[in-house]
Design a protein around this ligand. Structure first.
Ligand code: HSE
Length: 333
């Protein structure tokens, strides 16, 4: 459970979010990006944002106090219009209560531009777009990081656990470390320029709630030592612009061996990506999406094409995306 009144510690070296504006009128359209959580070795503590895909929220002020959701597109009818049951509605409601503005009326249109249950932070992108829209419409000039506890409420509702490794990078942009959950301590990390991310979403069902239930709750000390060595190696590689160090540190002996069973031909795809020059390969969030870091856009495109072709050959539909790390976070459209 997150206590909204607790102080949030943030170490943000660069926040490119557009400044909030109080005078933008009575409606706004906001895009928030998809995210890759865990980044292989950093379960629940590391994540980064990408340029595409992402979700859009159109928010309008209304005369009647309270939140309504008038329209959701791109979800195949899977998401509830009831604001009390929808992650965007619930997190915006918590935010309005915290700033004492339940007198406000807000209508939300949610346009899903990314697959649900993909392991790409779909609910986080929607929630962050909604919260950023509300904050901007209301002219609230506090730091965007202050929205994090409300976004985490949305995660808690979506999958039973309020982890921040999707919502924090979606909200703040860039590469983010959740150093601590209690108190919430967020560190924005640097990353090498020109690092590309190739993402493939195999269209199979892996709900985060269930993917969290199958992982081990106890680990051995020797495994913990391996894992924290890799996390420290990855973070060092990000600071040192050392792509080889990043690559050899992105190994997960705790979660991947179990979750990979839910992803068709995970190890075949890893072998293919690595043999084509990927720096690293792993599960995005709780899956089923997988991602590879590459040193250039061409290799990233080649990897997505080959993996997609492979998935087609085993009769699995897929979506692919190629992106650099997105440092901007949510943007007003
Ligand atoms: N850290 C979370 C998990 C991310 O792996 O369950 C979910 O997208």
């Amino acid at each position: 459970m997150i206590d909204n009144n607790k102080e949030i510690v943030t170490t943000l070296n660069k926040t490119n979010n557009p400044p909030p504006s109080g005078g933008r009128g009575t409606s706004i359209c906001v895009f928030a990006p998809a995210t890759v959580a865990n980044v292989v070795c950093g379960f629940d503590v590391l994540g980064f944002a990408v340029n595409e895909p992402g979700d859009e929220v159109i928010m309008r002020m209304t005369d009647k106090p309270g939140i309504t959701i008038s329209k959701i597109t791109g979800d195949n009818g899977r998401l509830p219009l009831d604001p009390g049951k929808n992650t965007v509605g619930v997190s915006v409601q918590h935010y309005l209560e915290s700033i004492g503005r339940t007198d406000i009326g807000l209508d939300i249109e949610l346009h899903k531009k990314m697959p649900i249950g993909s392991g790409l932070g779909s609910s986080s992108a929607s929630t962050v777009a909604g919260l950023f829209a509300a904050k901007t419409l209301l002219g609230d000039e506090t730091d965007a990081a202050k929205l994090l506890p409300f976004a985490m409420k949305g995660e808690e509702m979506a999958c039973g656990h309020g982890h921040a490794d999707n919502v924090a990078p979606a909200l703040l942009g860039g590469f983010v470390l959740i150093r601590s959950y209690d108190p919430l301590d967020i560190v924005r990390l640097p990353h090498p320029k020109g690092l590309y991310c190739a993402i493939v979403f195999p269209d199979v069902d892996v709900p985060t709630r269930e993917a969290r239930q199958i992982i081990r709750t106890k680990i051995q000390m020797k495994d913990a030592v391996t894992q924290w060595g890799n996390i420290a190696g990855l973070v060092s590689g990000l600071f040192m612009n050392d792509i080889d160090l990043i690559g050899r540190s992105m190994k997960d002996i705790l979660v991947e061996p179990i979750r990979s069973m839910l992803i068709p031909d995970f190890y075949v795809m890893r072998e293919m990506a690595m043999s084509m020059g990927a720096v690293s390969f792993g599960i995005s969030g709780s899956g089923p999406s997988v991602f590879a870091f590459t040193r250039d856009e061409e290799t990233a495109k080649l990897i997505t094409q080959k993996l997609q072709r492979h998935l087609t050959s085993i009769k699995i539909n897929s979506n692919t995306y190629v992106s650099e790390i997105n440092d901007a976070g949510p943007k007003i459209l």
